[in-house]
Design a protein around this ligand. Structure first.
Ligand code: ADP
Ligand code: NI
Length: 223
């Protein structure tokens, strides 16, 4: 596998630094689990995965940094186009801009029954890194942060998890946070693209299963 970073020129390195600063300034105050440190972790994890899986670093780095900027969850469901404007502003070439925007468009989860196909190795890697940050201990923490931020209750035994077969159904759901584990998080380990990510996912997945077992034993007073 070829790593292209060696060929990254000073201009490209500058663009990455500027982009990191820009995204940090926008996401610093987020309290929905999509704060700067989520972006930072996804960026680093994507780079780690790409050491073993390949892909073009410039595209991976910029896509990872910008992947949540226009996310529907953070922009009240509006199309915002912030990533595109930013890439234009810092002078990323047309052809590269298109590739990066395509990666960003392919990253997000849209419901258990909705296919999210990735068409490039760069998209596969960034999607895997984003999904790995949604599971394990950090995934659990982020999920409850998100639930609180969106005024969701923790759990209601009367509201069962559902399989969302359309992006709209997924987007519009307001179920308790525990349901999100069954509607998305526990499904992720079988929806990763790369072997490297599947390996990393294993123990994060088991940790979530343990957490849920403990949660329900406490709920039901099983000692
Ligand atoms: P994606 O684009 O695949 O949704 P993100 O990086 O935007 O990935 O982060 C998704 C994270 O946001 C989830 O893993 C979870 O922590 C949180 N989240 C999203 N939807 C919900 C929900 N309905 N309930 C609880 N947490 C949620
Ligand atoms: Ni993300």
């Amino acid at each position: 596998m070829t790593i292209f970073r060696i060929n990254m020129n000073e201009d490209q390195k500058n663009i990455i630094t500027q982009t990191a600063n820009y995204v940090q300034s926008i996401s610093e105050k987020d309290s929905s689990g999509h704060d700067w440190w989520h972006i930072y972790r996804v960026y680093n994890l994507a780079l780690k995965i790409s050491e073993l899986e390949g892909g073009e670093k410039f595209v991976i780095e910029l896509s990872a940094l910008l992947h949540d900027l226009d996310d529907w969850k953070l922009n009240g469901g509006e199309e915002t186009g912030k990533a595109e404007s930013w890439l234009e502003k810092v002078g990323v070439k047309n052809e590269e801009r298109t590739r990066i925007l395509r990666v960003i468009g392919e990253v997000s989860f849209k419901g258990a029954g909705v296919e999210t196909r990735t068409t490039t190795i760069e998209a596969k890697i960034v999607q895997d890194a984003d999904r790995l940050d949604a599971i394990g201990a950090i995934g659990i923490a982020r999920t409850f942060a998100y639930g609180g931020n969106k005024n969701r209750i923790i759990y209601d035994p009367g509201i069962k998890p559902v399989r969302h077969n359309s992006f709209d159904a997924y987007k519009n759901n307001t179920a308790p946070t525990i349901n999100h584990f069954y509607e998305k998080l526990l499904l992720l380990k079988n929806r990763l693209n790369t072997k490297t990510a599947r390996k990393i996912a294993q123990n994060r997945h088991e940790f979530m299963e343990k957490f849920l077992l403990q949660f329900f034993s406490e709920w039901d007073n099983i000692f």
